[in-house]
Design a protein around this ligand. Structure first.
Ligand code: ABU
Length: 504
């Protein structure tokens, strides 16, 4: 400050020197360089190393102490901050580890990772062409290609922060088509709107119905068959019931790849019913949409071209990096924009010097929006469609391998033959194997998966999820996604469960 004051042109306002920047760019650049080195060594280079731990479990109170979470009046030196970065990495779950099977995402894709580094560094917001020329064109190109895979001749779309948001967009869009005056007039005067989704649908349907003022009681859940698929005859019965009640059915949400069982609803038959009753058909293909890329497995989504909207998350099976979620809409007459636009004059001026149809941000309910399509685009450019297809085919082949191994091993019991990459099974430990089938057996089995899960996390050897589901006691859900995963990891998974549960 003294140095600056001695310079003859120092300008002070309210005691603040305004000459020159207040950031030390050189020190900042060095910090970024060193932090990138840590990211390379501790995250990227360890991503395929099975000798590393998947997680370094600590109870919350202990982790709070380790991390020194308090933010103080004075900043701390770079050395300390770099150590914090190392600690953050150490105690975070390594979702890119070949033995992370816990969620519907896993693994590392190097191209999408670099795309994320680029966008983090550039810090764009995707609303107008003037601030995001590249990312807007990329989004348009990606949406066009996804639409081709759905089988529509034309369409529209927008990337959103999560499949739940895409589902909410679709619900609101369907309602807007049903009663366009809602945008200005609001909810008063509307009939009781009813939508339909299967019992196995994602919980975002309830959230969206609640958030949009439709009400969770007006989501009619449709019975599923033993494989978790919506039963079309049950759907038709419920549509007729809603009509008899004097309410207004407007939307069917089918699921392509349910969260727990990985089931695909029969889209063609559901589309027949939607056509018959004039209902919007939305397909939540957040998880299963990526099967469209595979010539071998795209039949799972047979009939999807008849949908009015589709939610598809390339961050799941295709590893595009969280979050990468598109809502795709068959309508190409501007419905999306009509429904969502608010025409802010400070962003979407109509007298700009370029073609303002590229200012697509007003199709979104967001203002600031991340360039999520870019990571998918860079990865797609690098791998080609055949590279993406290979990923899907391999993940599903590994799932088949695991299923066959489960069938061979004593103590493992498959819940059902999977259609996709969710392999659901019970592990029956030695002490329960001779027990008679009955309430006591199931009550005891219910306690097994949580114990094994605790042990695997405390050891850090792997992570997979468990849950009870529709009257079925806790079972494991193994999800296979990452191209870093191999047959050996499938064998390890089964061996490790046996090892962790040998005294149970
Ligand atoms: N949107 C569903 C994600 C939850 C899961 O990974 O199971």
């Amino acid at each position: 400050k003294q140095e600056m004051l001695q310079k003859k042109n120092a300008v002070l306002v309210d005691g603040v020197i305004l000459n020159g920047p207040i950031m030390d760019s050189k020190a900042g650049e060095k910090f970024v360089e060193e932090a990138c080195k840590i990211i390379m060594e501790e995250v990227v280079q360890k991503a395929d190393d099975v000798t590393e731990k998947v997680c370094e479990w600590q109870a919350p109170e202990k982790l709070k102490q380790i991390l020194d979470l308090e933010m103080r009046d004075n900043g701390e030196c770079h050395e300390k901050i770099l150590q914090l970065c190392r600690d953050v990495i150490k105690y975070s779950v390594k979702t890119n580890h070949p033995r992370f099977f816990n969620q519907l995402y896993a693994g590392i894709d190097y191209y999408s990772l670099v795309a994320r580094f680029i966008t983090e560094a550039l810090n764009p917001s995707v609303y107008t062409y003037e601030v995001s020329p590249v990312f807007l064109l990329v989004e348009e190109a990606v949406i066009k290609k996804m639409i081709e895979f759905i089988g529509w001749e034309e369409g529209d779309g927008i990337f959103n922060p999560g499949g739940s948001i895409s589902n909410m967009y679709a619900m609101n869009l369907a309602r807007y088509r049903f009663c366009p005056e809602i945008k200005e007039k609001g909810l008063s005067g509307l009939p009781r709107l009813v939508l339909f989704a299967s019992e196995e649908c994602h919980y975002s349907m309830k959230k969206a119905a609640s958030f949009l003022g439709i009400g969770t009681e007006n989501v009619y859940f449709i019975k599923t068959d033993e494989r978790g698929k919506m039963i079309p005859e049950e759907l038709e019965k419920q549509v007729q019931r809603a009509r008899k009640e004097g309410s207004a059915p407007f939307l069917v949400c089918a699921t392509a790849g349910t969260t727990v069982l990985g089931a695909f609803d029969p889209l063609d038959k559901i589309a027949d019913i939607c056509e018959k009753y004039g209902l919007w058909l939305h397909v939540d293909a957040s998880w299963g949409g990526s099967a469209l890329i595979s010539r071998k497995h795209c039949r799972l989504l047979h009939g999807i071209h008849r949908a009015d909207s589709v939610a598809w998350n390339p961050h799941k099976m295709l590893l595009a990096g969280i979050q990468c979620c598109a809502l795709l809409v068959k309508d190409n007459s501007g419905l999306l924009k009509k429904c969502y636009s608010a025409e802010a004059a400070y962003l979407f001026q109509q007298d700009k010097f370029y073609d303002v149809s590229y200012d697509t941000g007003d199709k979104s309910i967001q203002c600031s929006r991340r360039p999520d399509a870019f990571k998918f685009w860079l990865m797609w450019k690098a791998l080609g469609t055949t590279g993406l297809e290979e990923r899907v085919n391999r993940a599903l082949a590994l799932a088949r391998y695991l299923v066959e191994e489960i069938k061979k091993r004593e103590g493992f019991q498959l819940l059902l033959e999977p259609e996709y990459a969710n392999v659901c099974f019970w592990y029956i430990p030695p002490s329960l194997r001779k027990m008679e089938d009955g309430p006591e057996f199931w009550q005891k089995l219910h306690q097994v998966a949580p114990i094994i899960k605790e042990r695997m996390m405390k050891k850090g050897s792997m992570m997979l999820g468990y849950q009870p589901h529709w009257g079925k006691v806790n079972f494991f859900r193994q999800v296979i996604i990452s191209p870093q995963v191999s047959r050996e990891d499938m064998d390890f998974l089964l061996d490790e469960i046996e090892l962790l549960a040998k005294d149970l």
